[in-house]
Write a protein that binds this ligand. Structure first.
Ligand code: FMN
Length: 295
């Protein structure tokens, strides 16, 4: 039987150094995938080091890159490998209009040839290191994965697919058919392992998804992990407090050194949801650019 890998989903803007530190201190995760580094030219070493510094420590890190110029992304991967990065991921899923309009992120799904060129070029730059892809099931229609997944798998350059079941056009809308789409992803990606992603927010939901798709390699939870910060521990069978105590413990740990009020509002809304956020009134009464601590 497969032993699933449980991944915290990368979240640009949310994964601040304070959040990463708190998660490491509380032993909440067994692995990180960084949010995307947007590559336009090859970044200076200083820039790469600054991007990676908050992830330094014992927890293995996969660095996510996003761009449209294969040579620049490949050279960036090589430069990051030279300073110690041990695994890479390419972002072909980001639905932001600003990103997709130039063909980056989820925009790449409209041009499978560009994805293949990117994957092959980057792999050549880091032949000995694992390269994964994070993507959605299509740009406009989940049937698009029928075309691009087998082709990406056939490159021999992809070690793992992380698949968010929605299309790019679906953004974060509630859509039916997650299991069916992901079941098809597993078939199309054969023999490359697939980590399932999207709307897993409870251990019960994870167990149900795992039961439905036992051939998967793991489950990635992004927003669900913020809503229940001990979720990945629970999934791994590690002792954990109840969800409410876990939320409070995590929020206190993130904000303990003083955390910007605007970021505290955003994070507490992710953790509790806007309706149930016990800190919301207190936070919005504070000047936005000051520091807050829940202690
Ligand atoms: C605020 C935010 C930032 C995100 N940033 C990234 C990112 O940098 N790279 C990426 O691959 N996905 C990013 N995602 C997508 C998530 O990793 C995940 O694929 C998506 O939220 C669906 O999973 P979920 O239902 O478990 O949240 C982001 C999502 C959110 C909500």
């Amino acid at each position: 039987m497969n032993i699933p890998e449980f991944w915290p989903g990368p979240m640009e803007g949310v994964m601040t150094p304070a959040l990463l530190r708190a998660a490491a201190e509380l032993n909440l995760v067994q692995r990180w995938m960084t949010p995307f580094l947007r590559v336009t030219g090859v970044p200076k070493r200083k820039h790469l080091e600054a991007f990676l510094a908050p992830f330094a420590g014992e927890i293995p890190v996969t660095m996510q890159l996003m761009g449209t110029d294969p040579a620049a992304v490949a050279a960036t991967a090589a430069a990051a490998a030279a300073i110690g990065v041990k695994a890479f991921n390419l972002n072909f899923g980001c639905p932001s209009r600003q990103v997709t309009s130039g063909g980056a992120g989820g925009g790449a799904l409209r041009d499978p040839e560009s994805m293949i060129r990117m994957v092959e070029t980057v792999k050549r730059a880091i032949p000995a290191l694992p390269l994964s892809i994070k993507l959605r099931t299509g740009w406009n229609d989940p049937a698009e994965q029928e075309f691009f997944l087998p082709r990406l798998a056939a490159t021999g350059c992809v070690d793992t697919f992380f698949i968010h079941f929605r299309t790019v056009k679906e953004q974060y809308l509630s859509v039916p058919g997650r299991e069916e789409r992901l079941q098809r992803s597993l078939e199309l990606a054969e023999p490359i392992p697939v980590v399932l992603n999207g709307d897993v927010a409870t251990p019960e939901a994870a167990a149900a998804l795992w039961k439905a798709l036992p051939g998967a390699a793991g489950i990635m939870c992004a927003r669900g992990w913020l809503h229940d910060p001990f979720l990945l521990r629970r999934l791994a069978g590690l002792p954990s407090p109840g969800p409410e105590e876990g939320r409070e413990t995590f929020f206190r740990a993130v904000t303990s050194g003083g955390f910007p009020v605007n970021k505290s509002i955003e994070l507490s809304n992710f953790i509790w949801g806007r309706e149930g956020n016990p800190y919301f009134r207190r936070l919005i009464a504070l000047p936005p650019h000051t520091l807050f601590s829940a202690e």
